[in-house]
Design a protein. Structure first.
Lengths: 291, 511
């Protein structure tokens, strides 16, 4: 049997219907259509080329938001969307992926594992296109109106100028939804979009609490605890402490650390390896950061 | 009248004796034939010999001349038989006796002079083994032959000179073994002190040079990968006597020793372009010739733009990377070439090159990145000991003092440390078949790398966390051994091992 929900059906999400004539006439879906999944939705969108900062923030925020029971909506693209979906399923939360292509396709196809995980975690895959309808340039922006339409608010972690993410926020603005933006360095290409949003009146987000307050959810005690206070426990020597101090400011390469601390790179490298094994720090793309 | 002139034939790096039999028959039509599986170059020797003899002022005999290269079933190639054939003919006309225990090799020019010919060193080695005493070789190749002790080498300039020598009119001055002792590094294009920043990469390159480890550098364009690799010859240790002979043999057989050249004493740096064919890189051909990997024996094979090389070429390197030699099999012959090289590879992280670049944005999709990185297979990456990421350096980050290249370490100083570490290894391995830490087999690792319980635990922890294969597990111990050697320590300690973990980061996904 085919899984379709038409606009006249009472199971059609109320928020999406409210967007008026732009609302899709019917939605194809995979997974378990359960009305309460649409109750508290937050769209989390971001650049396809997320920086390590963006990825870290997305993971951190989404993990806590999803744990609080909010459904994360995104577009299943690689980069920001993928990070949001992944963090949700890892936190055991529910997420809705809005596909830019026919419901029977997985796009991008190498994210099949994530696709299955979303369904396993009682999430939903939805699309307004049937069967094997291929994704096209025009389907991506159209898909974004559904992402915005389903959600009470949109959280933008990183976005370039002229990006698909800004199309989503345009829709969100039009539909009267709240827009949250995470500030980033003004020099970063993928923070220009968020800077623009902030200038135009989007709410600046600096902690998960900002979002949970909007949804009127009282954060659990654990989530407000500052992660940087967690790090630094169990450090055995002075050098490790100094390294953590530097890394709390920004993720760094071995070379930068060696220069900043004025120590031979072999010594720093040795210490970093040991710290990594003990789980104090992590490494991605050559840069070390505090978890 | 039959005259025998001894010479040699090379099958790969093996040399066999060849008798050049020259018969001048008075009966029959005048003619000149060479038999005994000559190739084109040997066959054309007739014309060179005829012209060279005439140019030397001697009438070429109008007789039926037959030359047989015995044993007749081994294929002969090259131009080295010109001299033995000419000497055979001349000895018949001028009635001189060819001294016993002599070997001849050399290509003739039409004016009767001798040209630089490949394979002189191999012939000298064969002479020593087979009990020959006198070597007659072209003047330009004489130094090469004189690299072997206990053999008299006669540098021949032209046919007239060698006939006068045999007729005892005017002797050729013989040259004997000269010990070559130079400890100079190959002039490198860059000095290490010219490379600003990149402290970790420099350290990794130093470790690689000290232990002969393979190294992969991944980074954006302009980050200094190529510069670091090109600076490498300046910190490589010199070749020892045994190694030097091995390398020179390969160069001798491939004809890559320049005229007048002798033993090769410095480690070779080979940097083939990525359009290299499998045969060019690995070796082969109908008569198997050594490829770049053998020419880089005991030296460095630098593959810039690693994943632009055809996959088939890279995969073909798997076995030699592991074994240190390569056997090329053809229906008629089987040739073994040594290929104990240090692989230095550099690559971009993605098609556009700017993945994880601090300033520029990468425009590649994850799929493109994956496809690009997958061009290098896991098995190849697994055979590389040190993996480092090289990111562009922002010169603004450096203080005036740090930017001053005088404050940085020069190649010369690094080389001193590398030499010390190599000496430690040489002493340790003694009579073992291996010479550097990278070559250690599992037996040697067990024998020479004592790991404390604490280190073993660290390693187990690391191999779980980084999902190391059994091979890379061993590689990390070997790298730790080299770090300990650089440190001057007898045993590997925990910080050596921890540092070695640094160079195993997953830069390439398939790694």
């Amino acid at each position: 049997m085919e899984n379709i929900v038409k606009i006249e059906n009472k199971k059609y999400p109320e928020l999406l219907r409210k967007i008026g004539k732009e609302a899709p006439k019917k939605l194809y879906y995979k997974g378990n259509w359960n009305m309460d999944i649409f109750e508290n939705c937050l769209a989390v969108v971001g650049s396809r080329h997320l920086t390590s900062y963006g990825r870290k923030i997305t993971e951190q925020f989404v993990t806590e938001i999803a744990a609080a029971g909010i459904t994360i909506v995104s577009g299943f693209m690689y980069g920001g969307d993928e990070a949001a979906h992944k963090a949700t399923v890892e936190a055991g939360g529910r997420t809705i992926a809005v596909m830019p292509c026919g419901i029977d396709m997985i796009h991008p196809e190498y994210q099949e594992e994530l696709y299955n995980k979303i369904l396993e975690n009682k999430g939903l895959i939805i699309s307004e296109y049937e069967g094997n309808f291929p994704p096209a340039n025009w389907t991506y922006p159209k898909r974004n109106r559904i992402v915005a339409g389903l959600s009470k608010a949109v959280l933008v972690v990183e976005a370039g100028l002229n990006s698909g993410t800004l199309i989503t926020t345009d829709y969100a603005g039009k539909f009267g939804r709240k827009i949250f933006a995470v500030p980033g360095p003004i020099t970063s290409e993928v923070s220009r979009g968020t800077a623009k949003l902030i200038k135009e009146g989007a709410e600046v987000v600096t902690s998960v609490k900002d979002i949970l307050d909007f949804y009127k959810i009282i954060p659990s005690k654990k989530s407000v605890e500052n992660s940087s206070q967690l790090a630094g426990r169990g450090l055995t020597n002075d050098l490790e402490k100094r390294i953590v101090e530097q890394l709390q400011k920004e993720p760094l390469e071995v070379n930068n650390l060696a220069r900043l601390l004025n120590m031979p790179v072999s010594k720093i490298g040795t210490t970093l390896s040991l710290m990594q094994l003990k789980g104090f720090i992590n490494q991605e793309a050559g840069k070390y950061y505090v978890d | 009248m039959l005259i025998k002139v001894p010479s040699v034939a090379n099958l790969g790096l093996e040399t066999i004796g060849v008798d050049v039999e020259v018969n001048l028959a008075n009966r029959g039509l005048p003619g000149f034939v060479i038999v005994g599986l000559p190739d084109k170059a040997v066959d054309e020797s007739k014309e060179r010999v005829r012209a060279a003899v005439s140019s030397s002022g001697i009438d070429f005999p109008a007789k039926k001349i037959t030359v047989n290269l015995a044993p007749a079933d081994v294929p002969k190639e090259g131009s080295l038989y010109d001299l033995p054939i000419a000497v055979g003919i001349l000895s018949s006309i001028l009635q001189f006796v060819i001294p016993e225990k002599s070997l001849f090799l050399g290509e003739l020019s039409l004016d009767g002079s001798l040209r630089h010919t490949k394979g002189a060193l191999l012939m000298a080695l064969f002479a020593k083994e087979a009990g020959f005493e006198n070597l007659y070789v072209p003047k330009d190749s004489a130094n090469e032959a004189a690299a072997i002790k206990g053999i008299k080498v006669f540098p021949v300039e032209n046919l007239f000179q060698i006939s006068s020598h045999f007729l005892k009119k005017k002797n050729i001055e013989q040259i004997t073994y000269q010990e070559i002792k130079d400890n100079l590094p190959v002039p490198a294009e860059f000095d290490m002190k010219e490379v600003l920043g990149q402290e970790q990469a420099k350290r990794a390159v130093e470790i690689a040079a000290a232990g002969g480890h393979n190294i992969l550098m991944v980074g954006s364009p302009g980050s200094g990968k190529t510069m670091l690799a090109r600076a490498l010859p300046g910190i490589m240790p010199p070749l020892n006597e045994r190694e030097s002979l091995e390398v020179t043999k390969i160069y001798s057989v491939s004809g890559s020793i320049p005229p007048g050249g002798s033993l090769i004493t410095c480690r070779q740096f080979r940097a083939p372009h990525h359009t290299a064919s499998p045969v060019g890189l690995i070796g082969g051909g109908t008569r198997p010739h050594p490829g770049e990997i053998s020419l880089a024996h005991r030296g460095v094979l630098f593959l810039d733009e690693f994943n632009e090389f055809p996959r088939s070429v890279l995969e073909a390197m798997r076995q030699p990377l592991e074994d240190g030699y390569l056997t090329i099999s053809r229906s008629k012959e089987r040739v073994k070439y040594p290929a104990e090289f240090m692989l230095v590879a550099s690559a971009n992280p993605c098609p556009c090159g700017y993945l994880n670049h601090p300033k520029k944005n990468c425009i590649c999709s994850p799929q493109q990145v994956r496809k690009y990185q997958k061009r290098v297979s896991g098995p190849i990456l697994d055979r590389i000991d040190l993996h480092i990421s090289v990111q562009p350096v922002d010169t603004m980050e450096f203080s005036e003092n740090q930017r001053n290249s005088e404050s940085l370490e020069s190649s010369e100083r690094i080389r001193e440390r590398v030499i010390l570490a190599r000496e430690k290894q040489e002493k340790r391995f003694g009579e073992d078949s291996v010479q550097s830490n990278a070559q250690m087999k599992n037996v040697h690792v067990k024998k020479y790398c004592n790991l404390t319980k604490e280190i073993e635990q660290l390693l187990r922890q690391a191999s779980m966390k980084f999902q190391l294969s059994a091979r890379s597990y061993m590689k990390m111990i070997k790298v730790a051994r080299t770090i300990a050697d650089l440190d001057g320590a007898e045993e590997i300690n925990i910080s050596h091992m921890a540092e070695s973990l640094q160079y195993r980061s997953k830069i390439y996904e398939t790694a």
